[in-house]
Design a protein around this ligand. Structure first.
Ligand SMILES: CC(C)(COP(=O)(O)OP(=O)(O)OC[C@H]1O[C@@H](n2cnc3c(N)ncnc32)[C@H](O)[C@@H]1OP(=O)(O)O)[C@@H](O)C(=O)NCCC(=O)NCCS
Length: 331
C-alpha cells in the first residue's frame, strides 16, 4: 500500500456576527429565565446574524481570516468543504458561494451535512485529499446560521443555538504533528429525535409545512441528551484505547458545545480535569458546524493549544452522528 501523507491543520480563522442574543433577551420572547438556561444548558449569550446575512457570509469571513493567518491567497487553495445544516439555499452548495466570495480561482468544493458532528467529518474528508497526495491545501469550514431555522416561540429549542463560523486549512505535515486517528459512527434510528422536517423532498415547502412549523428545528431534548452523554464518552474512550492512551495522556479536549452537562459528563468519564477541556458554550451556544473551530480559537486565546499538544475532538449530533478525532497540534 502507498504510504499516506500525514495531514496537519496549518491555520484557523473564525467569525461571529456582532449581534448578541442574551438570556435576558430570550426572557422577553418566551417563558424562560437565566437560572434555568445556565443550570440546564450553561449558555449565557449567543451571537446571531442580522436579517440578510447568510451562512456563506460567515463562512467567507472565517475563510479570509484563516488565509490571512496562513499568509496565502484564496487562489492557493485546491478545495473548499463547507460543513453546514443551514446552507444559504438547497443549491447551489454554500461552498460554491464561498468560493466566489473569497475569489478562490482554482478550487472545487461541496457541502457536507452531518448535524453537529459535521465539522469533524469534513475535517477527515478534507484530510483524505492531502493524505493521498491529490491536493496540497484544502479548506474546511464549519458554519451555521442556526437562527434561520429556530422557532423563537419554542423555549425548548430557542435557548440552545447560536450562529458562527470557523475555517481551517489542511496541508501536508513534515513532522509528527497532524491528524492521528478518527472514529465515526452513525445511528439513523435517532433521526426522529432531532430534525427539520420541512423543505426537503419528503415535505416540500408549502403553506401547510409553514403553518405546521416544519421549517424549524424539532427536538426530543431528553432523547438527544441521553444519547449524547453516553456516546460522547464511549467514543472518546474507544479512540483513546485504540491508540494505547488514557485521558491522562491528552493535553486538551475540544468537545462540541451542545450542553455543559454533556461536556462535564464526558470529562468525568475520561477523568480529565476541567482545565484540560475547552468550554465556551456560555458565550456562543451551540453553533452546530462551528463549535469545534470556535473552541480551537478559544483554546489558542487561552494559551492552551500549542505546537505538539495532543488534542481530542469529539462531537455528537443529529442523525445521530458521532465523531472523534485525535491530533497533534501543528503550530
Ligand atoms: C434541551 C435540554 C436542555 C432540556 O433539558 P432537560 O433537563 O432534558 O429538560 P426537559 O426537556 O426534561 O424539561 C424540563 C422542564 O423544563 C421546561 N423547559 C424546557 N425548556 C425550558 C426553558 N428554556 N426555560 C424554562 N423551562 C424550560 C420543560 O417544559 C419541562 O417542564 P415540565 O417539567 O413542566 O414539562 C436537554 O434535554 C438537552 O440539552 N438536550 C440535548 C440537546 C442537544 O444537545 N441538542 C443538540 C444536539 S448536538
Amino acid at each position: 500500500m502507498t504510504q499516506l501523507q500525514r495531514v496537519k491543520i496549518s491555520a484557523l480563522g473564525t467569525y461571529l456576527p456582532p449581534r448578541l442574543l442574551t438570556n435576558a433577551d430570550l426572557e422577553k420572547l418566551v417563558d424562560t429565565n437565566d437560572e434555568w438556561i445556565m443550570s440546564r444548558v450553561g449558555i449565557k449569550e449567543r451571537h446571531i446574524v442580522d436579517k440578510g446575512v447568510a451562512t456563506s457570509d460567515l463562512a467567507a469571513e472565517a475563510a479570509r481570516r484563516a488565509l490571512a493567518r496562513r499568509g496565502i491567497e484564496a487562489s492557493d487553495l485546491d478545495a473548499i468543504i463547507v460543513a453546514t445544516v443551514t446552507p444559504d439555499m438547497m443549491f447551489p452548495a454554500t461552498a460554491c458561494l464561498v468560493q466566489d466570495k473569497i475569489g478562490a480561482k482554482n478550487v472545487w468544493g461541496f457541502d457536507l451535512q452531518a448535524g453537529c458532528s459535521q465539522f469533524v467529518y469534513a475535517l477527515q474528508v478534507g484530510a483524505q485529499f492531502i493524505a493521498t497526495g491529490a491536493h496540497k491545501k484544502v479548506m474546511v469550514i464549519g458554519a451555521d446560521v442556526m437562527s434561520s431555522i429556530i422557532d423563537y416561540t419554542d423555549r425548548a429549542t430557542c435557548v440552545l443555538f447560536g450562529d458562527g463560523a470557523g475555517a481551517v486549512i489542511l496541508e501536508p505535515s513534515d513532522d509528527d504533528s497532524g491528524l492521528i486517528d478518527f472514529m465515526h459512527e452513525v445511528d439513523g434510528s435517532g433521526g426522529c429525535s432531532l430534525y427539520m422536517p420541512g423543505g426537503g423532498s419528503l415535505h416540500p415547502s408549502s403553506h401547510e409545512t409553514v403553518d405546521k412549523k416544519m421549517h424549524y428545528v424539532h427536538q426530543d431534548g431528553s432523547a438527544v441528551f441521553k444519547f449524547a452523554v453516553r456516546k460522547m464518552s464511549e467514543a472518546c474512550v474507544d479512540i483513546l484505547k485504540r491508540n494505547g492512551l488514557t485521558g491522562d495522556d491528552i493535553d486538551l479536549m475540544i468537545p462540541h458545545q451542545a450542553n455543559l452537562r454533556i461536556i462535564h459528563a464526558t470529562a468525568e468519564r475520561l477523568k480529565l480535569p476541567l482545565e484540560k477541556v475547552i468550554i465556551n458554550i456560555d458565550r456562543y451556544g451551540n453553533t452546530t458546524g462551528a463549535t469545534i473551530p470556535l473552541a480551537m480559537h478559544s483554546a489558542i486565546e487561552q494559551g492552551k493549544l500549542k505546537k505538539g499538544s495532543l488534542v481530542l475532538l469529539a462531537a455528537v449530533g443529529a442523525g445521530f452522528t458521532v465523531g472523534t478525532t485525535l491530533l497533534r497540534w501543528a503550530y
